[in-house]
Design a protein around this ligand. Structure first.
Ligand SMILES: Nc1ncnc2c1ncn2[C@@H]1O[C@H](COP(=O)(O)OP(=O)(O)OP(=O)(O)O)[C@@H](O)[C@H]1O
Length: 285
C-alpha cells in the first residue's frame, strides 16, 4: 500500500486545545510509531476528536508540540511544515464530511492525491495506481463511476477511507472508521488496519467507542477523560475496571477471554442481570 521509502511517526506533547476561551484538552501527549496501532477511547465529549484533529493540524493547538519523526532521523516540527509536505505524512479520516454533489466515487478518492499534484495540478505518475489500490482495499472498485451523493452511509465511509489511503501517508488518523459499516466491512476495515500497521509499517491512531474492539486491535490504548489522559498502555493495563467505572460513570466489569486471551469489558446496566438470565425467546410455530 504505502509507497514511501521512509516511515514516519507522529508525536505530540503537552497539547492544550480549546474552543473559544474554553480548554477542552489539557496538556495531552501521544506517540504514534511506525507499525503500531494506538486506540483512543473515552466517553462522549472527552476530547478524542479534537485531539485527533489537532494531530492532523485541523485544530490549532494553544500550546504544546507536534513533531513528525522519521524511523531513524531527526524530528521535524509538524506545525512549521508546509501544508503539502505535512499532507504527504499524515492524513485524517474525520467523523463527518460534507457530501459533494456531482462527483463520482473515483473523483473523491482522487482528492487524496492532492499533496502530490501541487497547485498547478502537476503530473502525479503514481496517482492512478494509488487510487486503484485504495479502491480495491476498501471494496469500492465497482462503485467507481457512481455519484457519491447516491451512496449509503457505509459505502460513503469506505470512499472517504479510500481517499485517505490514496494519500499514501505513513501516519493514518481515523475517527470512528467503522461508523455505518455492516459486519463484513467492519471486520475487513479492522483487518486492513492491522495489515497497514504490521505489513506496511503505517503508524495508526484510531478513535473507537467499543472497548473490546480497542483491546483486540490496538498495541496501546489511551483513555481520555474530560480532556485528560486517564490511562495509557497495553489494553490489559489501560482498561482497568475501576478506572473505566469512574471514567464512564457506570459499573464496568472486565475479564480475559480464555480462548483468545483478550480483554473483554461489560457495562452493567440496571437490567443487565435480568437480561442475562432471561430464558431464550422462542418463536411460536
Ligand atoms: N466546534 C466546537 N465548538 C465548541 N466546543 C466544541 C466544538 N466541538 C467540540 N466541542 C467541545 O469540546 C469537547 C470535546 O469534544 P470532542 O468532539 O473532541 O469529544 P469526543 O471525545 O470526540 O466526543 P464523541 O465521543 O462524542 O465524538 C466537548 O466538550 C465538546 O462539547
Amino acid at each position: 500500500m504505502i509507497q514511501q521509502s521512509e516511515l514516519f511517526g507522529l508525536e505530540a506533547s503537552d497539547l492544550v486545545l480549546r474552543y473559544g476561551d474554553k480548554d477542552v484538552v489539557h496538556g495531552a501527549g501521544l506517540q504514534l510509531e511506525p507499525g503500531r496501532i494506538v486506540a483512543l477511547v473515552g466517553p462522549n465529549g472527552s476530547g478524542k476528536s479534537t485531539l485527533l484533529r489537532a494531530l492532523a493540524r485541523l485544530h490549532e493547538a494553544s500550546s504544546g508540540t507536534i513533531t513528525v519523526r522519521p524511523d531513524d532521523g531527526e524530528a521535524a516540527d509538524a506545525l512549521m511544515m508546509k501544508r503539502s509536505d505535512f499532507a504527504r505524512h499524515v492524513t485524517l479520516l474525520s467523523q463527518s464530511r460534507p457530501v459533494p454533489h456531482g462527483l463520482s466515487v473515483r473523483d473523491v478518492v482522487e482528492f487524496g492525491r492532492h499533496p502530490y499534484r501541487g497547485r498547478w495540478r502537476a503530473a502525479d505518475p503514481q496517482g492512478p495506481a494509488a487510487v486503484d489500490r485504495a479502491m480495491g482495499l476498501t471494496g469500492i472498485t465497482d462503485l467507481a463511476h457512481r455519484g457519491v451523493h447516491e451512496l449509503s452511509g457505509g459505502q460513503l465511509q469506505r470512499v472517504w477511507l479510500a481517499s485517505c489511503l490514496a494519500q499514501d501517508t505513513s501516519v493514518l488518523l481515523l475517527d470512528e472508521p467503522t461508523n455505518h459499516l455492516d459486519l463484513r466491512y467492519k471486520v475487513e476495515i479492522f483487518d486492513l488496519m492491522y495489515d497497514l500497521a504490521r505489513v506496511h509499517g503505517v503508524a495508526i491512531g484510531v478513535v473507537l467507542h467499543d472497548l473490546d474492539e480497542a483491546a483486540a486491535l490496538a498495541d496501546h490504548v489511551v483513555v481520555l477523560s474530560e480532556g485528560r489522559i486517564a490511562a495509557a498502555g497495553p489494553a490489559h493495563e489501560a482498561l482497568d475496571a475501576g478506572l473505566l467505572t469512574t471514567v464512564y460513570s457506570i459499573p464496568i466489569v472486565t475479564h480475559t477471554d480464555p480462548l483468545t486471551g483478550r480483554l473483554r469489558t461489560r457495562a452493567v446496566g440496571r437490567h443487565s442481570d435480568s437480561q442475562t438470565h432471561q430464558p431464550e425467546r422462542t418463536t411460536r410455530p
